[in-house]
Structure formats: structure tokens, C-alpha cells
Design a binder for this molecule. Structure first.
Ligand SMILES: [Zn+2]
Length: 74
């Protein structure tokens, strides 16, 4: 059986855990259901790491509470 993909600080690594190893995360409002939404980061065309000469957008997925909409804090 494959490990689950755990996400930490934007990097993804496979860890050999099962559902029993995890505690279910709850929002401060008590909800245990979350939705993934996208924050969008913009890289300016004049940024030294931007070689394209055009502004670029990067998707930054965040988990927000399905009940109150607050961003999940680890
Ligand atoms: Zn909530």
C-alpha cells in the first residue's frame, strides 16, 4: 500500500502512514471539512528570477474551512 502524500511548506513527500496515524484536523469553529482554494502569487516582470520578461502567476493552494471560510492553520 502506498503512503499518503503529506504536504508541508509547499513541498510534497511520501510518508508511510495510514489513516490510523492521523488526527483529524478541525477548524476553530468545529468543522472538520475543508476546501482547497487558490491564492495567486504574481512574479513581477522585473524580478531577477523572472527570465520571461512577462509578469507570471503562480497558484498557491490553501485549505479553507467549508463552514466559516477561515484558512487552516497547522
Ligand atoms: Zn471554520
Amino acid at each position: 500500500m502506498n503512503g499518503m502524500n503529506l504536504h508541508q511548506n509547499g513541498s510534497s513527500k511520501s510518508v508511510n502512514v495510514t489513516l490510523e496515524d492521523l488526527e483529524i484536523v478541525a477548524c476553530k469553529c468545529g468543522s472538520q471539512l475543508f476546501e482547497v482554494k487558490l491564492k495567486v502569487g504574481r512574479l513581477s516582470q522585473v524580478h531577477p528570477k523572472n527570465k520571461t520578461g512577462e509578469p507570471m502567476l503562480a497558484d498557491l493552494p490553501v485549505k479553507v474551512c467549508a463552514e466559516c471560510g477561515k484558512e487552516l492553520e497547522v
